[in-house]
Design a protein around this ligand. Sequence first.
Ligand code: ZN
Length: 186
Amino acid sequence: MVIGCCDSRVSPEVIFDARPGELFVVRNVANLVPPYAPDSAHHAVSSALEFAVQALKVKHIVVLGHARCGGIRAYAEHGTPLSPGDFIGKWMELIAPAAETLGQPPCYADFAAYLTQLEQASIVKTLDNLMTFPWVAALVEGSQLELHGAYFDVATGLLSVRDPATGTFASVAGAGHSKVFAQPRF
Ligand SMILES: [Zn+2]
């Protein structure tokens, strides 16, 4: 299962060179998973997660974040929401716990680096949120399910994976892979 962003530059099937039937994909603004909350609201992401884990019995869940994420930037800039509607502003509140782990944003000269940090901290927070689902936690603790953090740089095409031991993201794909994405068709 891949949890990715809606951003058209970050298609999981393209990045992982997958064919129909190989990936179970959920995409939403800024690749977020809300914490477990079995209440009366309509939970699209949690429903898809439940189906993937309990019915399809996926063995791996990849949270795929990416560089230059408009959702993350909008949150960090505390500007107007991405749209004037009712939903995105509230959705982006899910980034707040990740931002709190980083402290105050630095001066603007370092803002690009801060955004990268926030994009990656948000992946970590989403991995934490996945563990609030009791059936996810039970399977992870029983070594029947693995959670992974990945990060795609839309500018360079580099794909990185988070090392759970060190918490750092390291490039995993070869130069040929990134070259495909560094030369977009448009
Ligand atoms: Zn995004």
